[in-house]
Design a protein around this ligand. Structure first.
Ligand code: 5RP
Length: 230
C-alpha cells in the first residue's frame, strides 16, 4: 500500500471517530497521524456546526494541532473527567490490549486514557494483531537510563534508545525524558510485562496499555470505509 493510501485509510478512521463527538463534551485528543485527522474534523465541526467542546491534548503536538484547528484546549488538571478520547495505537491485540508510544507521547496518553469514560482507538488494519509483538516504548528518567537498559535485558527485552531522525541524540519526550523501544518478541502476558516494566525505578510509563479494554472501541479505517470492533 502506498503511503498516500495508508494516510487516506487513517483519515477515514479519524473522521469516523470525530462523528462520535457530541456538543458539550470534554474530548481527549490523541497524538499521531490518525488522531490528527480526528482533530482536523472536530475543528471543522466546531466551525460548521457550532459544536461546543473542549479538548485535553496528550502532547504539545496535539495541543498545537487542536489550537490550529480551532478547538479550545484545556489542561488535564482543569477537568473532572473526559467524556471521549480519540487516539491512535501502534498495535491492538485481540483483547484490546494496546502498544502505544510511537510518538513518544504514551505517558500523557495513558493519563488521559485513565481519565476517560470512553476511548475510540483509531487505526489502519496493519495495527491489528492476535498478540502484541512490536517493541514496547518505555519512557525513562535519563539519570536511570543505563541501569534500566540492563534491567530490561534481564526481563528478556532488547532495549534500543530512541534517537531523532538525524541519529545525533536521544528523542526527548514532552516530559523531558528518554524513550527505549524494548523488543520482547511476542508478548504472551501483556499485563505482566507492563507491571514489570512500570516497577523499574526510573521508568515513568511503559507503552503497554492493558487496563482500558472495557472502555475501548476500535475503529479500523479501510479503503472501503470504516470497520468497528467492540
Ligand atoms: C503516540 C502514539 C500514537 O497513537 C501511535 O504511535 C500511532 O500513531 P499513528 O496514528 O501516527 O500511526 O501512541 O505516542
Amino acid at each position: 500500500m502506498s503511503k498516500q493510501d495508508n494516510l487516506e485509510i487513517k483519515r477515514v478512521a479519524g473522521v469516523a471517530a470525530a462523528a462520535e463527538v457530541q456538543d458539550g463534551m470534554v474530548i481527549g485528543l490523541g497524538t499521531g497521524s490518525t488522531a490528527h485527522y480526528a482533530i482536523l474534523r472536530i475543528g471543522e465541526r466546531v466551525r460548521e456546526e457550532g459544536l461546543s467542546v473542549v479538548g485535553v491534548p496528550t502532547s504539545y503536538q496535539s495541543a498545537m494541532r487542536a489550537r490550529a484547528a480551532g478547538i479550545r484546549v484545556v489542561d488535564l488538571a482543569d477537568v473532572d473527567a473526559i467524556d471521549l478520547t480519540i487516539d491512535g495505537a501502534d498495535q491492538v491485540d485481540a483483547a484490546f490490549n494496546l502498544i502505544k508510544g510511537g510518538g513518544a507521547a504514551h505517558t500523557r496518553e495513558k493519563c488521559v486514557a485513565a481519565a476517560s469514560k470512553r476511548i475510540i482507538t483509531v487505526v489502519d488494519p496493519s495495527k491489528l494483531s492476535e498478540q502484541l509483538n512490536v517493541p514496547v516504548p518505555v519512557e525513562v528518567v535519563p539519570y536511570a537510563a543505563t541501569l534500566i537498559a540492563r534491567q530490561v535485558e534481564a526481563l528478556g527485552g532488547v532495549p534500543v534508545l530512541r534517537e531523532g531522525v538525524k541519529k545525533d541524540g536521544p528523542v526527548i519526550t514532552d516530559n523531558g525524558n528518554f524513550v527505549f523501544d524494548c523488543d520482547f518478541g511476542t508478548i504472551a502476558d501483556p499485563a505482566g510485562v507492563e507491571a514489570q516494566l512500570n516497577a523499574l525505578p526510573g521508568v515513568l510509563t511503559c507503552g503497554i496499555f492493558t487496563e482500558f479494554a472495557e472502555k475501548i472501541c476500535v475503529l479500523v479505517g479501510e479503503s472501503s470505509g470504516c470497520r468497528t470492533l467492540t
